[in-house]
Design a protein around this ligand. Structure first.
Ligand SMILES: Cc1cc2nc3c(=O)[nH]c(=O)nc-3n(C[C@H](O)[C@H](O)[C@H](O)COP(=O)(O)OP(=O)(O)OC[C@H]3O[C@@H](n4cnc5c(N)ncnc54)[C@H](O)[C@@H]3O)c2cc1C
Length: 487
């Protein structure tokens, strides 16, 4: 055995593993990152399509303005300029009637009031009900024990929402943010996203999308980690993990003082030493993880079909469209919580998606579909149900293994922000500092949010940063968070 292959071995080179390894290397720790694939980035990357030879993204990945730690990671990797920020979201109904949601002149939490009031896809009664619920969300302590056992649908039930408000507004927002239906997703996850992503500040809901294939965002991580003194081995599969060593699939045993697992839950359960599995409750929790699928469909048309950078298709099964080229011929459709679609073949999927596009963008009926490539991710994300949130494991626990990954306890549903946070906190645990001190604070809530908001929401930004970077406001300014491609 190579007893001191490194001070710290990080297993898994997705966003969580990259974040942990980079922060440790920056602190002068001898870190070794092991990744089974030939590329870093994990689920948030691209792949070579064997059929066409083209590099295509797993699926559209969207960050929000409130994702301060993911934004910080991009900056550390030097790829921040490759993320484009949009402030408008287009909601398109069957027949083509379009409403735009964008922050107006009012301060948070009222910044969406103008476009919300003028949105045409909601009736006056639905708007009043949504506004009532938003006010309650603002004041709701999402960590309160009575919230822990509720689904978001049960929580919403307390606010008497009409069916149209749920199907046209709450469902698309929550399904795309948490990748789970409102009747399954924990109220705490849904409230977290709405409070942090929509209500806290004017910039929280800015949508960040990569202007390059996802793989180009994470390729530079290799050089960045190495420049900071860390080492990376790609194409190395770990199949046994103990508290101080890992064994690779070709039998090499590597020792270290600390091991960070940044593997998906089911992989950790498979590879962790059974003796650790018995005494560490976090491994039992990992075994209880259930997954939720996402379907991404890459479409190419013979002419332009889409004039806006993004679109929510109101009350359709195809939830989002993203324009992938300047002239709107390449369109990416996303269906989250896609359980009902998994049994369909590519042709049926394309037909269904096309039906939704034709319904909402009538002009697209004249366009010919040239190619359709459906990418099904059965285990796209963990399912943030109330049951799982109740046992969601922390980064440290009964054994010495430190856990990172979007599924460990960060408060966030399965997101790039959750993964980055978990990696930063795992690095903190290894460094012996308060793990949360590694985090970049959330955006400072506006004065009215501080006045009206629930404790968890209004105090977010006050967290100290000991080892982390400077304040989030300064960091985010560097991102030029302004709409880059107005319709
Ligand atoms: C289709 C889809 C759409 C999504 N859309 C969004 C979105 O719009 N916005 C958003 O914020 N999030 C989105 N997500 C979620 C986001 O991709 C994840 O939350 C995030 O990438 C998880 O990062 P991670 O590092 O925790 O895990 P992973 O990315 O799963 O990383 C784990 C790594 O471990 C490696 N590994 C596995 N086994 C071994 C082994 N035995 N030895 C060594 N290495 C191993 C894997 O190859 C992988 O690189 C989406 C996910 C999917 C699948």
């Amino acid at each position: 055995m190579n007893r001191s292959a490194a001070d710290v071995i990080v297993v898994g080179g997705g966003i969580a593993g990259i974040s942990a390894a980079l922060r440790l290397a920056e602190q002068g720790v001898r870190v070794l990152l092991l990744e089974t694939r030939r590329k870093l980035g994990g689920r948030a990357t691209s792949f070579q399509d064997v059929r066409t030879g083209l590099t295509i993204d797993n699926c559209q990945h969207v960050a929000l303005g409130c994702c301060t730690n993911y934004v910080d990671l991009c900056r550390r990797m030097g790829v921040d300029h490759k993320v484009q920020w949009h402030e408008s979201i287009w909601w398109i109904e069957a027949g083509g009637r379009t409403s735009v949601m964008r922050p107006g002149i009012l301060p948070a939490p009222g910044h969406f009031s103008g476009s919300f009031l003028s949105a045409r896809f909601l009736t006056t009664g639905e708007k009043l009900a949504i506004a009532r619920a938003m006010l309650r969300i603002l004041r709701q302590d999402r960590t309160a024990p009575e919230i822990g056992t509720l689904t978001f649908e049960q929580w919403l039930g307390q606010t008497s929402q009409p069916a149209g408000a749920i199907s046209k507004f709450w469902a698309p927002v929550i399904i795309s943010a948490c990748n789970l239906m409102p009747d399954r997703v924990s109220a705490s996850s849904a409230l977290h996203v709405i409070q942090e992503g929509f209500l806290a500040t004017r910039r929280s809901a800015l949508m960040g999308v990569s202007s390059v294939p996802l793989v180009e965002l994470y390729d530079p991580a290799e050089a960045t980690i190495q420049a900071a003194g860390g080492r990376i081995r790609l194409g190395v599969s770990v199949n046994r993990i103990t508290e101080t060593s890992v064994t690779t699939s070709d039998g090499e045993e590597l020792g270290a003082e600390r091991i960070i697992s940044a593997l998906p839950a089911e992989r950790l359960v498979k590879y962790v030493d059974p003796e650790i599995g018995e005494r560490d409750a976090r491994i039992r929790a990992a075994a209880s993880v259930r997954h939720s699928p996402i379907l991404g469909v890459h479409l190419t048309f013979d002419r332009s079909v889409m004039s806006t950078p993004n679109a929510v298709l109101v009350d359709r099964q195809t939830q989002w469209l993203f324009r992938k080229d300047r002239d709107g011929r390449q369109v990416h459709a996303v269906i989250s919580a896609a359980d009902d679609w998994l049994a369909l073949d590519e042709e049926d999927i394309a037909t269904k998606v096309l039906r939704d596009i034709h319904a909402c963008i009538p002009g697209s009926r004249h366009a010919r579909l040239l190619t359709a490539r459906a990418v099904k991710e059965k285990r796209a994300t963990f399912a943030p149900t109330p049951e799982f949130e109740g046992v969601r494991p922390g980064i440290t626990g009964e054994s010495g293994i430190v856990l990172a990954g979007d599924w460990v306890r960060t408060g966030w549903p399965a997101t790039m922000e959750g993964a980055a946070r978990s990696g930063y906190m795992a690095a903190g645990a290894v460094l012996g500092v308060e793990p949360e001190s590694m985090l970049v604070p959330s955006l400072s809530p506006g004065a009215f949010v501080r006045l009206l908001g629930a404790p968890g929401l209004r105090d977010q930004h006050r967290r100290p940063v000991i080892v982390g970077m400077a304040g989030s406001q300064a960091e985010l300014k560097r991102f030029g968070m302004a709409e880059k491609t107005p319709a």
